[in-house]
Design a protein around this ligand. Structure first.
Ligand code: MF3
Ligand code: CO
Length: 259
């Protein structure tokens, strides 16, 4: 079942998704050596509740926290813990909210201190993959056009695409139809219609694409232990150009303040 949203519903989704962007931004000043990933989680939960919303991941399929915090070779679904961030780490933070009954879902990969040029490239290319995918998310195109744009850009830069996890429809449920893979062929898959709301979330590895799952039942990491990056936006499909409902603007404004 595919749910197309009304304009009013899309505005509610925007509200929830902008709150995710602001929540991620409030973590920027904490991205320092010695800060634990559980401290990030506590700050995010407090911020979300202070803004009249509920953490979207907490309790979802029994997930124990507000954030997924995945460091270095961890790809996604890292559980916040006593791990202390250190200089040179990359930290993928995925955050969800529920406000007015609609989900927000967005993710950003942060750098702690100085990171190598290779890892800077991984972050840049993964974010480019996200925006190239979004560019294809217009009415009349197909899911495969998004997938192909992401895969071809990642692979042209010598990186690999995780296949076990995909983007998804989003609305009153965190995960709705359709699935949005980050690999695939142009002109294949479901045709996109105005009012379709989806989360696009490339997970791109520096080395091979293979993954492993941790004994904690959640954390997904690269099999070769090389770094991985993850950026995610929730968007509404429209005629001509997608409407990006989440935002990295708050985050990037905070990052600029530090530099
Ligand atoms: N952005 C992720 C997703 O869309 C986050 C879900 S994690 C969970 O799948 F904890 F909520 F399961
Ligand atoms: Co998602």
């Amino acid at each position: 079942m595919i749910f197309l949203k009304t304009d009013d519903q899309i505005e509610l989704l925007r509200e929830s998704n902008l709150l995710v962007g602001k929540t991620l931004a409030c973590l920027v000043p904490l991205m320092l050596p010695g800060v634990t990933t559980l401290e990030l989680d506590k700050r995010a939960e407090e911020f979300i509740r202070d803004n009249g919303a509920i953490p979207g991941f907490l309790g979802y399929n029994k997930y124990p926290n507000t954030l997924c915090v995945s460091v270095n070779s961890q790809i996604v679904h890292g559980i916040p813990s006593g791990y202390e961030l250190k200089d040179g780490d990359i930290v993928s933070v995925d955050c969800g909210t529920i406000k007015n009954g609609f989900y927000g879902d967005s993710a950003y990969t942060f750098a702690v201190g100085e990171i190598s040029i290779e890892i800077q490239n991984l972050l840049r290319v993964t974010k480019e993959c996200l925006y190239l995918g979004i560019k294809q998310a217009v009415a009349g195109n197909r899911i495969g056009d998004i997938s192909y744009a992401i895969q071809s850009h990642a692979e042209a830069n010598g990186f690999s695409v995780v296949r076990e996890l995909v983007g998804h429809g989003i609305g009153k449920a965190l995960h709705e139809k359709p699935e949005v893979p980050n690999y695939g062929r142009r002109g294949t898959g479901m045709k996109l219609k105005s009012g379709l709301t989806i989360a696009i979330e490339p997970m791109i590895n520096m080395g091979k694409r293979d993954v492993k799952q941790s004994d904690d039942g959640w954390t997904i990491s690269t099999l070769d232990n090389l770094p991985s990056a993850h950026f995610e936006h929730t968007i509404a499909v429209r005629q001509g150009e997608a409407d990006i409902l989440s935002s990295f603007e708050f985050i990037e404004k905070e990052i600029k303040k530090l530099n």
